[in-house]
Design a protein around this ligand. Structure first.
Ligand SMILES: *Cc1c(COP(=O)(O)O)cnc(C)c1O
Length: 418
Protein backbone atom coordinates (compact mmCIF):
# COMPACT_ATOMS: atom_id res chain seq x y z
CA UNK A 1 0.00 0.00 0.00
CA UNK A 2 1.28 3.46 -0.81
CA UNK A 3 0.10 6.99 -0.11
CA UNK A 4 -2.92 8.41 -1.90
CA UNK A 5 -1.40 11.30 -3.77
CA UNK A 6 -3.39 12.94 -6.54
CA UNK A 7 -2.22 13.09 -10.13
CA UNK A 8 -2.03 16.87 -9.83
CA UNK A 9 0.37 16.76 -6.89
CA UNK A 10 2.47 14.04 -8.51
CA UNK A 11 2.78 16.15 -11.65
CA UNK A 12 3.78 19.20 -9.60
CA UNK A 13 6.36 17.08 -7.78
CA UNK A 14 7.88 15.88 -11.05
CA UNK A 15 8.10 19.41 -12.34
CA UNK A 16 9.58 20.72 -9.10
CA UNK A 17 12.22 18.00 -8.89
CA UNK A 18 13.23 18.52 -12.52
CA UNK A 19 13.57 22.25 -12.10
CA UNK A 20 15.82 22.02 -9.04
CA UNK A 21 18.16 19.40 -10.51
CA UNK A 22 21.16 21.76 -10.75
CA UNK A 23 20.75 22.73 -7.12
CA UNK A 24 20.61 19.09 -6.09
CA UNK A 25 23.89 18.51 -7.96
CA UNK A 26 25.46 21.38 -6.05
CA UNK A 27 24.19 20.04 -2.71
CA UNK A 28 25.53 16.57 -3.56
CA UNK A 29 28.97 17.91 -4.31
CA UNK A 30 29.07 19.73 -0.96
CA UNK A 31 28.05 16.49 0.78
CA UNK A 32 30.79 14.67 -1.10
CA UNK A 33 33.48 17.13 -0.02
CA UNK A 34 32.30 17.13 3.60
CA UNK A 35 32.04 13.33 3.71
CA UNK A 36 35.67 13.07 2.60
CA UNK A 37 36.64 15.58 5.26
CA UNK A 38 34.91 13.49 7.95
CA UNK A 39 36.34 10.20 6.66
CA UNK A 40 39.86 11.59 6.48
CA UNK A 41 39.59 12.82 10.05
CA UNK A 42 38.30 9.42 11.26
CA UNK A 43 41.30 7.81 9.61
CA UNK A 44 43.78 10.32 10.98
CA UNK A 45 42.49 9.62 14.47
CA UNK A 46 42.54 5.84 13.90
CA UNK A 47 38.89 5.34 14.86
CA UNK A 48 38.49 1.77 16.09
CA UNK A 49 35.84 -0.44 17.67
CA UNK A 50 37.37 0.21 21.09
CA UNK A 51 36.33 3.89 20.86
CA UNK A 52 32.68 2.81 21.06
CA UNK A 53 32.95 0.98 24.38
CA UNK A 54 31.81 3.82 26.63
CA UNK A 55 32.14 4.54 30.30
CA UNK A 56 29.92 4.95 33.35
CA UNK A 57 30.17 7.04 36.51
CA UNK A 58 32.84 9.72 36.34
CA UNK A 59 33.78 8.75 32.81
CA UNK A 60 37.55 9.00 33.32
CA UNK A 61 39.76 7.93 30.42
CA UNK A 62 36.95 7.62 27.91
CA UNK A 63 39.08 7.29 24.79
CA UNK A 64 36.12 7.42 22.41
CA UNK A 65 34.93 10.69 23.94
CA UNK A 66 38.37 12.27 23.95
CA UNK A 67 39.11 11.22 20.36
CA UNK A 68 35.73 12.56 19.24
CA UNK A 69 36.73 15.92 20.74
CA UNK A 70 39.86 15.80 18.58
CA UNK A 71 37.87 14.89 15.48
CA UNK A 72 35.42 17.76 16.00
CA UNK A 73 38.39 20.08 16.50
CA UNK A 74 39.78 18.84 13.20
CA UNK A 75 36.54 19.29 11.27
CA UNK A 76 35.90 22.81 12.53
CA UNK A 77 39.58 23.82 12.24
CA UNK A 78 39.73 24.37 15.99
CA UNK A 79 42.44 24.02 18.65
CA UNK A 80 40.16 21.99 20.88
CA UNK A 81 36.58 20.78 21.19
CA UNK A 82 34.07 19.58 23.75
CA UNK A 83 31.47 17.11 22.48
CA UNK A 84 29.23 15.99 25.28
CA UNK A 85 25.97 14.14 25.86
CA UNK A 86 25.72 16.19 29.07
CA UNK A 87 24.71 19.30 27.13
CA UNK A 88 20.91 19.10 27.40
CA UNK A 89 20.43 21.13 24.20
CA UNK A 90 22.01 23.76 22.00
CA UNK A 91 20.99 26.56 24.34
CA UNK A 92 22.91 24.88 27.17
CA UNK A 93 26.06 24.54 25.05
CA UNK A 94 25.88 28.18 23.91
CA UNK A 95 25.27 29.32 27.48
CA UNK A 96 28.31 27.37 28.75
CA UNK A 97 30.40 28.97 26.01
CA UNK A 98 29.20 32.45 26.99
CA UNK A 99 29.81 31.89 30.70
CA UNK A 100 33.25 30.51 29.85
CA UNK A 101 34.17 33.60 27.86
CA UNK A 102 32.75 36.31 30.11
CA UNK A 103 33.26 37.59 33.64
CA UNK A 104 31.60 40.16 35.86
CA UNK A 105 32.08 43.65 34.40
CA UNK A 106 32.39 42.39 30.83
CA UNK A 107 30.02 43.21 27.99
CA UNK A 108 28.51 40.74 25.51
CA UNK A 109 27.51 42.03 22.08
CA UNK A 110 25.00 40.23 19.85
CA UNK A 111 26.12 41.11 16.33
CA UNK A 112 23.04 40.39 14.21
CA UNK A 113 19.94 41.49 16.09
CA UNK A 114 18.38 39.50 18.92
CA UNK A 115 19.80 36.04 19.57
CA UNK A 116 17.69 32.88 19.44
CA UNK A 117 14.66 33.14 21.75
CA UNK A 118 15.84 30.57 24.29
CA UNK A 119 19.05 32.55 24.92
CA UNK A 120 17.22 35.65 26.11
CA UNK A 121 16.73 34.18 29.57
CA UNK A 122 20.34 32.97 29.77
CA UNK A 123 21.68 36.39 28.86
CA UNK A 124 19.14 38.15 31.06
CA UNK A 125 17.41 40.19 28.34
CA UNK A 126 14.20 38.80 29.81
CA UNK A 127 13.82 37.45 33.33
CA UNK A 128 13.38 33.67 33.22
CA UNK A 129 14.73 32.96 36.67
CA UNK A 130 18.02 33.47 38.48
CA UNK A 131 21.51 32.72 37.22
CA UNK A 132 21.63 34.70 34.00
CA UNK A 133 24.76 36.42 32.71
CA UNK A 134 23.15 39.66 33.81
CA UNK A 135 22.80 38.34 37.37
CA UNK A 136 26.55 37.66 37.30
CA UNK A 137 27.31 41.22 36.24
CA UNK A 138 27.73 40.75 32.48
CA UNK A 139 26.13 43.54 30.47
CA UNK A 140 24.52 43.04 27.08
CA UNK A 141 24.42 45.10 23.90
CA UNK A 142 22.71 44.28 20.65
CA UNK A 143 23.46 45.52 17.14
CA UNK A 144 20.06 45.71 15.54
CA UNK A 145 19.48 44.76 11.94
CA UNK A 146 19.12 47.50 9.35
CA UNK A 147 16.60 46.60 6.65
CA UNK A 148 16.74 43.04 8.00
CA UNK A 149 20.49 42.82 7.28
CA UNK A 150 23.63 42.99 9.46
CA UNK A 151 24.90 46.49 10.26
CA UNK A 152 28.74 46.51 10.07
CA UNK A 153 28.97 50.19 11.04
CA UNK A 154 26.77 49.60 14.07
CA UNK A 155 28.87 46.54 14.96
CA UNK A 156 32.11 48.54 14.71
CA UNK A 157 30.70 51.11 17.11
CA UNK A 158 29.26 48.54 19.54
CA UNK A 159 32.49 46.54 19.93
CA UNK A 160 34.87 49.52 20.13
CA UNK A 161 34.96 49.32 23.92
CA UNK A 162 37.56 47.33 25.88
CA UNK A 163 34.80 46.04 28.16
CA UNK A 164 33.36 44.06 25.22
CA UNK A 165 34.88 40.61 25.74
CA UNK A 166 32.61 38.45 23.58
CA UNK A 167 30.61 38.89 20.39
CA UNK A 168 27.87 36.41 19.47
CA UNK A 169 27.08 35.81 15.81
CA UNK A 170 24.10 33.59 14.96
CA UNK A 171 24.63 31.80 11.64
CA UNK A 172 21.04 30.70 11.04
CA UNK A 173 18.10 33.09 10.96
CA UNK A 174 16.29 30.97 13.57
CA UNK A 175 12.80 32.43 13.86
CA UNK A 176 13.79 35.91 12.68
CA UNK A 177 12.94 37.31 9.26
CA UNK A 178 16.53 38.07 8.23
CA UNK A 179 18.51 35.80 5.92
CA UNK A 180 20.83 33.20 7.34
CA UNK A 181 24.50 34.15 7.11
CA UNK A 182 26.93 32.51 4.74
CA UNK A 183 30.35 31.62 6.11
CA UNK A 184 31.76 34.47 4.01
CA UNK A 185 29.32 36.92 5.59
CA UNK A 186 30.32 35.67 9.04
CA UNK A 187 33.93 36.27 7.98
CA UNK A 188 33.16 39.86 7.06
CA UNK A 189 31.58 40.46 10.50
CA UNK A 190 34.58 38.82 12.20
CA UNK A 191 36.90 41.22 10.34
CA UNK A 192 34.91 44.20 11.64
CA UNK A 193 35.14 42.91 15.22
CA UNK A 194 38.89 42.20 14.97
CA UNK A 195 39.60 45.65 13.57
CA UNK A 196 37.75 47.51 16.30
CA UNK A 197 38.34 45.14 19.23
CA UNK A 198 41.15 42.64 18.63
CA UNK A 199 40.69 41.02 22.05
CA UNK A 200 36.98 40.19 21.94
CA UNK A 201 36.17 36.49 21.52
CA UNK A 202 33.92 35.79 18.53
CA UNK A 203 31.41 33.03 19.28
CA UNK A 204 29.22 31.63 16.51
CA UNK A 205 25.87 29.98 17.21
CA UNK A 206 26.38 27.38 14.48
CA UNK A 207 23.00 25.63 14.88
CA UNK A 208 21.46 24.42 11.59
CA UNK A 209 24.52 25.53 9.61
CA UNK A 210 27.00 22.64 10.01
CA UNK A 211 27.97 20.93 6.73
CA UNK A 212 25.67 23.11 4.59
CA UNK A 213 28.82 24.68 3.12
CA UNK A 214 32.31 23.24 2.74
CA UNK A 215 33.80 25.84 5.09
CA UNK A 216 32.93 26.46 8.73
CA UNK A 217 33.02 29.79 10.62
CA UNK A 218 36.42 29.38 12.35
CA UNK A 219 37.96 29.17 8.87
CA UNK A 220 36.49 32.62 8.26
CA UNK A 221 37.87 34.17 11.45
CA UNK A 222 35.59 33.14 14.35
CA UNK A 223 37.05 31.88 17.64
CA UNK A 224 34.41 29.35 18.66
CA UNK A 225 31.49 27.46 17.13
CA UNK A 226 28.67 25.90 19.15
CA UNK A 227 25.79 23.66 18.19
CA UNK A 228 23.35 20.90 19.02
CA UNK A 229 23.86 17.20 18.30
CA UNK A 230 20.16 16.66 17.57
CA UNK A 231 20.58 18.92 14.55
CA UNK A 232 23.03 18.61 11.64
CA UNK A 233 26.23 17.19 13.20
CA UNK A 234 24.44 14.34 15.00
CA UNK A 235 23.37 12.99 11.64
CA UNK A 236 20.02 11.94 13.08
CA UNK A 237 21.62 9.27 15.27
CA UNK A 238 23.01 11.21 18.24
CA UNK A 239 20.43 10.76 21.02
CA UNK A 240 21.16 14.12 22.71
CA UNK A 241 24.05 16.51 23.37
CA UNK A 242 25.95 19.47 22.04
CA UNK A 243 29.41 20.52 20.92
CA UNK A 244 31.76 23.44 21.29
CA UNK A 245 34.90 23.83 19.15
CA UNK A 246 37.45 26.59 18.92
CA UNK A 247 40.21 28.40 20.80
CA UNK A 248 41.64 26.24 23.58
CA UNK A 249 41.08 28.75 26.40
CA UNK A 250 37.44 29.27 25.38
CA UNK A 251 36.76 25.53 25.18
CA UNK A 252 38.37 25.13 28.60
CA UNK A 253 36.23 27.93 30.04
CA UNK A 254 33.08 26.28 28.69
CA UNK A 255 34.14 22.87 30.05
CA UNK A 256 34.68 24.35 33.53
CA UNK A 257 31.17 25.75 33.34
CA UNK A 258 29.61 22.51 32.06
CA UNK A 259 31.18 20.46 34.85
CA UNK A 260 33.12 22.39 37.46
CA UNK A 261 36.41 24.25 37.84
CA UNK A 262 39.10 21.67 38.41
CA UNK A 263 37.18 18.96 36.53
CA UNK A 264 36.50 20.49 33.10
CA UNK A 265 36.79 17.96 30.30
CA UNK A 266 37.98 15.07 32.50
CA UNK A 267 34.54 13.85 33.59
CA UNK A 268 31.39 13.03 31.65
CA UNK A 269 30.61 9.39 30.96
CA UNK A 270 29.23 8.27 27.62
CA UNK A 271 27.10 5.28 28.71
CA UNK A 272 27.64 3.39 25.49
CA UNK A 273 26.51 6.19 23.17
CA UNK A 274 29.86 6.91 21.52
CA UNK A 275 28.97 4.71 18.57
CA UNK A 276 25.88 6.83 17.81
CA UNK A 277 27.91 10.04 17.97
CA UNK A 278 30.58 8.66 15.62
CA UNK A 279 28.14 7.06 13.21
CA UNK A 280 25.96 10.17 13.31
CA UNK A 281 28.92 12.39 12.50
CA UNK A 282 29.91 10.02 9.69
CA UNK A 283 26.38 10.39 8.25
CA UNK A 284 26.05 14.12 9.03
CA UNK A 285 27.24 15.57 5.68
CA UNK A 286 24.83 13.26 3.84
CA UNK A 287 21.94 13.75 6.26
CA UNK A 288 22.37 17.52 6.13
CA UNK A 289 22.27 17.34 2.33
CA UNK A 290 19.03 15.34 2.53
CA UNK A 291 17.49 18.06 4.67
CA UNK A 292 18.71 20.81 2.34
CA UNK A 293 17.27 18.97 -0.68
CA UNK A 294 13.96 18.54 1.12
CA UNK A 295 13.93 22.31 1.78
CA UNK A 296 14.72 23.16 -1.85
CA UNK A 297 12.04 20.75 -3.11
CA UNK A 298 9.49 22.18 -0.68
CA UNK A 299 10.31 25.72 -1.77
CA UNK A 300 9.94 24.82 -5.45
CA UNK A 301 6.64 22.99 -5.18
CA UNK A 302 5.15 25.75 -3.00
CA UNK A 303 6.32 28.38 -5.48
CA UNK A 304 4.62 26.42 -8.27
CA UNK A 305 1.44 26.68 -6.18
CA UNK A 306 1.89 30.44 -5.90
CA UNK A 307 3.20 30.70 -2.34
CA UNK A 308 6.00 33.02 -1.26
CA UNK A 309 9.07 31.22 0.08
CA UNK A 310 12.31 32.21 1.81
CA UNK A 311 14.91 31.34 0.72
CA UNK A 312 13.58 30.93 -2.81
CA UNK A 313 14.11 27.53 -4.42
CA UNK A 314 16.95 28.87 -6.57
CA UNK A 315 18.89 30.48 -3.70
CA UNK A 316 22.22 29.15 -2.44
CA UNK A 317 21.56 27.75 1.05
CA UNK A 318 23.33 28.59 4.28
CA UNK A 319 21.23 26.46 6.64
CA UNK A 320 18.46 23.85 6.54
CA UNK A 321 15.50 26.15 7.32
CA UNK A 322 12.74 26.82 4.79
CA UNK A 323 10.14 29.51 5.33
CA UNK A 324 6.79 29.33 3.56
CA UNK A 325 4.41 32.27 3.91
CA UNK A 326 0.78 31.10 3.91
CA UNK A 327 -0.90 34.45 4.51
CA UNK A 328 -3.89 32.94 6.33
CA UNK A 329 -4.17 30.42 9.20
CA UNK A 330 -6.19 27.62 7.57
CA UNK A 331 -3.75 26.55 4.80
CA UNK A 332 -0.88 26.71 7.29
CA UNK A 333 -2.73 24.33 9.63
CA UNK A 334 -3.56 21.96 6.75
CA UNK A 335 0.06 21.93 5.62
CA UNK A 336 1.31 21.13 9.14
CA UNK A 337 -1.26 18.33 9.46
CA UNK A 338 -0.01 16.84 6.20
CA UNK A 339 3.60 16.95 7.42
CA UNK A 340 2.51 15.10 10.55
CA UNK A 341 0.70 12.40 8.51
CA UNK A 342 3.99 11.75 6.73
CA UNK A 343 6.06 11.22 9.88
CA UNK A 344 7.49 7.81 10.81
CA UNK A 345 6.51 8.35 14.48
CA UNK A 346 3.23 9.81 15.81
CA UNK A 347 1.77 10.02 12.30
CA UNK A 348 -1.75 9.48 13.68
CA UNK A 349 -1.89 12.66 15.77
CA UNK A 350 -3.29 15.97 14.56
CA UNK A 351 -1.19 19.01 15.42
CA UNK A 352 -3.17 21.91 16.90
CA UNK A 353 -1.97 25.41 17.77
CA UNK A 354 -1.26 25.78 21.49
CA UNK A 355 -0.01 28.46 23.86
CA UNK A 356 3.63 27.47 24.13
CA UNK A 357 5.51 29.00 27.05
CA UNK A 358 7.69 31.86 25.90
CA UNK A 359 5.68 32.78 22.82
CA UNK A 360 3.25 35.66 22.53
CA UNK A 361 0.76 33.76 20.34
CA UNK A 362 -0.31 30.12 19.82
CA UNK A 363 2.23 27.95 17.99
CA UNK A 364 1.52 24.92 15.79
CA UNK A 365 4.16 22.18 15.56
CA UNK A 366 4.29 19.14 13.32
CA UNK A 367 6.95 16.59 14.16
CA UNK A 368 7.16 12.86 14.46
CA UNK A 369 10.76 12.13 15.27
CA UNK A 370 12.81 9.20 16.55
CA UNK A 371 14.70 11.66 18.76
CA UNK A 372 12.43 13.99 20.72
CA UNK A 373 12.61 17.52 19.31
CA UNK A 374 15.22 16.63 16.68
CA UNK A 375 14.86 19.19 13.94
CA UNK A 376 17.23 17.38 11.57
CA UNK A 377 14.18 15.13 11.21
CA UNK A 378 11.34 16.57 9.14
CA UNK A 379 9.44 19.08 11.22
CA UNK A 380 7.41 22.19 10.72
CA UNK A 381 6.36 24.85 13.17
CA UNK A 382 4.68 28.19 12.99
CA UNK A 383 3.54 30.98 15.24
CA UNK A 384 -0.16 31.57 14.49
CA UNK A 385 0.09 35.22 13.52
CA UNK A 386 0.43 37.13 10.22
CA UNK A 387 2.06 36.46 7.81
CA UNK A 388 1.35 32.86 8.91
CA UNK A 389 4.81 31.62 8.11
CA UNK A 390 5.77 27.96 8.43
CA UNK A 391 9.36 27.14 9.38
CA UNK A 392 10.13 23.80 7.81
CA UNK A 393 13.34 21.90 8.41
CA UNK A 394 14.91 18.50 8.28
CA UNK A 395 14.32 15.22 6.55
CA UNK A 396 16.61 12.31 7.46
CA UNK A 397 16.28 11.07 3.89
CA UNK A 398 15.22 13.07 0.87
CA UNK A 399 12.73 10.33 0.00
CA UNK A 400 10.92 10.60 3.35
CA UNK A 401 11.21 14.40 3.36
CA UNK A 402 9.65 14.52 -0.11
CA UNK A 403 6.85 12.16 0.96
CA UNK A 404 6.09 14.46 3.88
CA UNK A 405 5.96 17.49 1.60
CA UNK A 406 3.69 15.69 -0.87
CA UNK A 407 1.27 14.75 1.90
CA UNK A 408 1.36 18.31 3.18
CA UNK A 409 0.59 19.70 -0.27
CA UNK A 410 -2.18 17.14 -0.69
CA UNK A 411 -3.70 18.15 2.67
CA UNK A 412 -3.37 21.80 1.72
CA UNK A 413 -5.17 21.36 -1.62
CA UNK A 414 -7.88 19.11 -0.13
CA UNK A 415 -8.41 21.54 2.73
CA UNK A 416 -9.00 24.32 0.26
CA UNK A 417 -11.86 22.43 -1.39
CA UNK A 418 -13.77 22.02 1.91
C1 LIG B 1 18.16 25.19 17.75
C2 LIG B 1 18.87 26.47 17.88
C3 LIG B 1 19.43 26.86 19.10
C4 LIG B 1 19.39 26.02 20.33
O1 LIG B 1 18.15 25.51 20.55
P1 LIG B 1 17.92 24.23 21.50
O2 LIG B 1 16.48 23.93 21.30
O3 LIG B 1 18.26 24.65 22.86
O4 LIG B 1 18.82 23.14 21.01
C5 LIG B 1 20.08 28.06 19.14
N1 LIG B 1 20.18 28.84 18.05
C6 LIG B 1 19.66 28.48 16.87
C7 LIG B 1 19.81 29.40 15.69
C8 LIG B 1 18.99 27.28 16.74
O5 LIG B 1 18.49 26.93 15.57
Amino acid sequence: MTFQISARVLALARQAQTEVRDHFDRIDSIAEANTQKVLASFQRHRVAESYFAGTTGYGYDDIGRDKLDEIYADLFDAEDALVRLQFVNGTHAITCALFGALQSGDVLVSAVGAPYDTLLGAIGVVDKGPGSLKDYGVAYRQVDLVDDAPDPAGLAEAVADPKVKAVLIQRSKGYSTRSSLSVDEIGALCAVVRKHNPHAAILVDNCYGEFVETREPIQAGADLVVGSLIKNPGGGLAPTGGYIAGRRDLVEGAAMRLTTPGIGKECGCTLGHNRSLYQGLFLAPHTTAQAVKTAVFAAKIMELLGYRTEPASDAVRHDIIQMIHFGTPEPLKQFCRGIQFGAPVDSYVTPEPWDMPGYDCPVIMAAGAFIQGASIELSCDAPMRPPYTAYLQGGLTYESGKAGILLAVEALLNGKQD
